[in-house]
Design a protein around this ligand. Structure first.
Ligand SMILES: [Zn+2]
Length: 449
């Protein structure tokens, strides 16, 4: 199809063609018989196959009949290493899940090795399911950075901050210092970015929160935080601070465009106006909210108010997987159920939440989130030619309502082919599964620490 010797053609690394291409650059734009041209880490061109064939000489051509190409999914909130605690504590509300089960287990087991092994397991699951970028909040973020660097994955590290001592740091100032040092070490890394990750209003006191607001401004970084996760959080804040958590964050100068509020299941109309008015953004984690019985995020009302909402799985200990296709479906269903309105959240809006909104929330909308020339080549291919997705009247409907993550066949991050024909290319799947089994045996008490 393409002559490699034609001197009129520009030499490029790769041309991918597919039956459908959804660039996510403007509403409801679905292209057929289009392709995408890649050189190095970036997208060079998107256009009709006939046009691209005359303009470019590609070293590699991949033709994906029956597939849809779209931007890699962005998992905007999680705790990757907690994949090693998948299924460890179920059927509990947030506070007892954390205080009685998760925090004691973390105290006993979390180490550099735990984070390294758990993060690699999570990265493997996410890549195979079409996620090309994840936003993470966990201890030993240096291990998460190293895992992302080695595997080719893209990550935003929300370096954790808590008032109390854990395996990683002893008090809030030490967390902040360690986080900023790590940020400096990876300053020029194109796949690893940073934000401050104060855990929640109930675990970080006023002075460090004010310091974070100041540093975030100076360093031009986001602030990623669990906010208004369930009703008990609000009650406790009323008891200890005499005000709701969002009011307190506002007083501490944290509510602004840098703030990424995760969960937000308890919101008054005034609070929606506050978030919208200050251009703060929200990460919706429907599976985790449902599983912990935390409540329902007013996604439709917030979208109407113009708030940027991205989608996250949360950790595998409260989901219990990192599957963004399931998360999209859950988001759509929950919005319809909670509002009694089948049009409350459209399939297109859900797909935006998992792609371009995620990029916007991370402040990386100029590099990620859509398939456009000049952006990083984070691309996934999904096979729609299966009994559970045919016939295809609308590929967006298929992606949100019918597709299973196992239909993701190819994944590119930063122009690197990381999943081919549903197989991980760079990672050794059997070795990371063995490590997961070994951790389960140790944590279950069948072996020594
Ligand atoms: Zn979380």
């Amino acid at each position: 199809m393409i002559s490699p010797t034609n001197p009129q053609q520009t030499r490029v690394d790769l041309l991918i063609t597919a039956t459908w291409l959804i660039p996510m650059d403007s509403k409801d734009r679905i292209l057929t018989n289009h392709g995408i041209v890649i050189s190095g880490s970036r997208i060079v061109d998107v256009g009709p196959v006939s046009e691209l064939s005359t303009l470019y000489s590609a070293a590699n051509i991949i033709d994906l009949e029956g597939h849809v190409l779209l931007p890699g999914l962005i998992n905007a909130h999680g705790h990757a290493a907690m994949s090693l605690l998948r299924g460890y504590a179920d059927d509990l509300p947030l506070q007892s899940w954390l205080q009685d089960r998760i925090w004691p287990a973390e105290d006993r087991w979390v180490s550099e090795q735990f984070v390294s092994d758990g993060t690699e397991l999570a990265i493997a699951e996410m890549l195979l399911g079409g996620t090309t970028c994840f936003s993470d909040m966990y201890f030993f973020p240096e291990q998460v950075a190293s895992a992302a660097n080695d595997t080719g994955m893209r990550v935003c590290l929300n370096t954790p901050i808590l008032d109390f001592s854990t395996v990683w740091a002893s008090e809030a100032n030490e967390y902040i210092e360690k986080g900023t040092r790590l940020h400096d070490a990876y300053r020029d890394h194109e796949r690893i970015s940073f934000a401050f990750g104060p855990h929640a209003p109930y675990t970080v006191s006023d002075a460090p929160l004010q310091k974070i607001a100041m540093y975030a401004e100076e360093m031009d970084l986001g602030i990623h935080m669990h906010v208004h996760e369930n009703a008990k959080e609000i009650e406790e804040s009323m008891h200890s601070h005499g005000m709701r958590p969002l009011t307190r964050l506002k007083q501490l100068d944290l509510v602004g465009p840098r703030l990424q509020c995760v969960h937000m299941t308890q919101l008054t109309d005034d609070e929606i106006d506050l978030v919208a008015g200050h251009n703060a953004s929200v990460v919706h984690c429907p599976s985790s909210n449902m599983k912990l019985g935390s409540g329902m995020c007013r996604v439709a009302d917030m979208l109407k108010a113009g708030i940027c909402i991205a989608l996250g799985t949360d950790g595998a200990a409260s989901n219990n997987n990192l599957d963004m296709f399931t998360e999209m479906r859950m988001a759509a269903m929950l919005a319809k159920t909670s509002s009694g309105d089948a049009s409350a959240l459209l399939a297109w809006d859900v797909l935006c939440m998992a792609t371009c909104n995620g990029a916007r929330l991370l402040g990386q909308e100029n590099e990620l989130g859509t398939l456009e020339a000049g952006k990083f080549a984070d691309i996934i291919a999904v096979n729609l030619n299966t009994p559970s997705t045919q016939p295809v009247y609308d590929p967006v409907s298929a992606l949100v309502y019918s597709v299973s993550s196992s239909q993701v066949t190819h994944v590119w991050v930063h122009g690197q082919h990381l999943v081919r024909e549903r197989q991980l290319i760079r990672m050794n799947q059997s070795s990371l599964l063995k490590k997961a089994v070994s951790w389960q045996q140790r944590i279950s008490g069948n072996g020594a620490k």
